[in-house]
Design a protein around this ligand. Structure first.
Ligand code: ZN
Length: 140
């Protein structure tokens, strides 16, 4: 039996990870985790679907499971919160310029080089607010 507090702590840690990615405009990791843990798709099918390597699929799944400690908790979190996280609007806009892309933070009105670090360090308040919104109404 896993204590409830451990489940709650891991759940918040994993949600924070996905929310930070979503705010930065990256949804691939959440989709990979969903397809593997909830839909039961194989790493090679997932790899083809999103154009990422099989290694990267395995690394994402491992990271997600390690974050909460148990595969069943990871599956429950991804299944329960997938739609809610997908509903979070990114604050980073990706601007494609030919072969390269630049990132623009809507809140700071400026270009940023590393969107994930930017969201994680500059917009902790938004991450916290989104986390509260995402878990609202769910008995943790
Ligand atoms: Zn910003």
């Amino acid at each position: 039996m896993v204590p409830r507090s451990i489940v709650r702590e891991g759940t918040c840690r994993l949600l924070r990870y996905f929310i930070t990615k979503k705010l930065s405009g990256d949804i691939t990791r959440l989709q990979v985790a969903y397809d593997y843990l909830v839909k039961g798709m194989s790493p090679s099918d997932i790899s083809r679907r999103y154009g990422v390597s099989k290694c990267s699929v395995s690394a994402t799944v491992r990271k997600v499971i390690d974050t909460v400690g148990k595969e069943w908790i990871a599956r429950w979190v991804v299944k329960t919160f997938y739609k809610r996280i997908m509903g979070v609007d990114p604050i980073i806009m990706v601007i494609n310029r030919g072969r390269s892309s630049t990132y623009y933070c809507i809140l700071c009105s400026r270009e940023v080089t590393d969107p994930l670090t930017h969201v994680r360090t500059r917009h902790t308040d938004i991450v916290d607010r989104m986390l509260r919104a995402v878990i609202r109404g769910v008995n943790l």
